[in-house]
Design a protein around this ligand. Structure first.
Ligand code: PMP
Length: 434
């Protein structure tokens, strides 16, 4: 069936708010390594990995074998009412990797559900429904998580079950403190946190939740140490810190395994999803035992931590650790960021190139200004695709191109992507100047 017909049927039966990329959306039907092939037989180098879902690439035999081994037992899943060996083993590994003392892990099926769980734990623990979040944040698509999303493009419902106060520290390129040095920016955001706590909360806040690098918000990198400044203030009030590592976890940021590590802070809770299953639906929460065990009634997740997902996730984690993919992300990330800054030099349609490891944002602006240019980002998205490269788009103004290739990326693929991005940016410059 041609894509156009599938698209018409999609539109007829799926919600309007289910976003699709490209003027002519594609159906991906096969994949291998860092390449995906669509139903029309076109192959693309994938620099978005399905929003970081395929964290380490496609068709990895060790992961397929682990999943197939579980399928061959005949047990896709029964329920979490019985013991699941791979779930226990994976939880032990994540608890250890988290750096959180006495950590316990709860598995979910998505990042949304992980953050909903974290919110429930924190609100119960502190007997408060007040939450602090960053402006321009994104934490999921359900009732509580939409309620703490500080990006109007994604806050689908305004009817929140929690009382949220937003703090600066998210979108540094454009927020009220843009242009300040790292130290001054950090000091201004910490002051803002103190002010928000004093003026819009009663102090007994349940938690502060942050993305170490904002994902949907446009791959915004705060100064290293910002969250250490926040943590000091939170500790004065006894407020737990939740680090949403859904995009930044598992070594993607190169220098560190968790995004929060760049701030030399151990959070009280971390949430994760996306890349852990390398395409399988799995997420979770890792938290101090005291917080995790604060619930008094029974709870269950029918599918969270099922044997297929946990076997696949364990194989993914083992693979990325054994092959030092974090090191690869650091090395090729540096090359990409350096290469992009160099190639963007002659083009004032590029306002900013930022990122860490293999999480890189390119902010497009109207040439000769700082005005966000959604149309320029749209041109780069379409042009890269036309030339065989898939990238992401996002940001508050939908003007940021997001790069997050699988962490098994090679040097050759890095150069190919740079070449295509260079051509696409040149086209955007030309069309927006004309
Ligand atoms: N947190 C962050 C930082 C995310 O980027 C996302 C997804 N884009 C989520 C939570 C929600 O995850 P999911 O889509 O798996 O529910």
């Amino acid at each position: 069936m041609p894509d156009a017909e599938l698209l018409a049927r999609h539109k007829a039966v799926l919600p309007e708010w289910l976003a699709l990329y490209y003027q002519e959306p594609i159906e991906i039907v096969r994949a291998s390594g860092r390449h995906v092939t669509d139903s029309e037989g076109r192959t693309y180098l994938d620099f978005f990995a399905g929003i970081l879902t395929n964290a380490i690439g496609y068709g990895i035999a060790e992961i397929s074998d682990a999943v197939r081994g579980q399928l061959d037992t005949g047990v896709l899943h029964t329920s979490t009412l019985y013991l699941i060996r791979s779930q226990v083993e994976l939880a032990e590994q994540i608890a250890e990797l988290s750096g959180i003392e006495n950590a316990k892990v709860f598995f979910t099926n998505s990042g949304t559900e992980a953050n909903e769980t974290a919110l429930m734990l924190a609100t119960q623990y502190r007997r408060s429904n007040q939450i602090l979040a960053l402006r321009n944040s994104y934490h999921g698509r359900a009732f509580g998580t939409v309620g703490i999303t500080g990006n109007r493009g994604w806050s689908a419902s305004s009817l929140s079950p929690v009382k949220v106060s937003y703090v600066h520290g998210g979108y540094r390129y454009r927020d009220a403190f843009a242009g300040l040095s790292d130290a001054d920016y950090t000091a201004a955001c910490v002051d803002d946190l103190r002010d928000v706590l004093r003026t819009t909360t009663s102090g007994d806040v349940a938690a502060m939740i942050v993305e170490p690098i904002q994902g949907v918000g446009g791959f915004n990198v705060p100064p290293d140490g910002l969250f250490a400044g926040f943590k000091e203030v939170l500790d004065e009030y006894g407020i737990p810190l939740i680090s949403d590592e859904v995009q930044t976890g598992w070594g993607r940021t190169g220098e560190h395994f968790w995004g929060m590590d760049a701030h030399r802070v151990t959070p009280d809770v971390m949430t994760f999803a996306k890349g852990l299953g390398n395409g399988l639906a799995i997420g979770g929460v890792v938290a101090r035992a005291e917080l995790m065990d604060c619930l008094r009634a029974n709870s269950i997740s029918t599918f969270g931590g099922n044997p297929v997902a946990t076997a696949g996730a364990k194989a993914t984690l083992d693979y990325l650790l054994e092959h030092d993919l974090q090191g690869n992300a650091a090395k090729l990330g540096d090359r990409l960021i350096g290469g992009l800054r160099e190639l963007a030099e002659p083009y004032d349609v590029v306002g900013d190139v930022r990122g860490k490891g293999l999480m890189i944002g390119i902010e497009l602006v109207e040439p000769g200004s700082r005005e966000p240019s959604g149309p320029a980002a749209g041109i780069v998205l379409e042009e890269t695709r036309r030339r065989g490269l898939l990238v992401g788009k996002g940001g508050l103004h939908n003007n940021v191109i997001r790069l997050a290739p699988p962490m098994t990326l090679t040097g050759g693929e890095t150069e190919e992507a740079l070449r295509i991005l260079g051509a696409a940016i040149a086209t955007a410059q030309e069309e927006r100047t004309a």
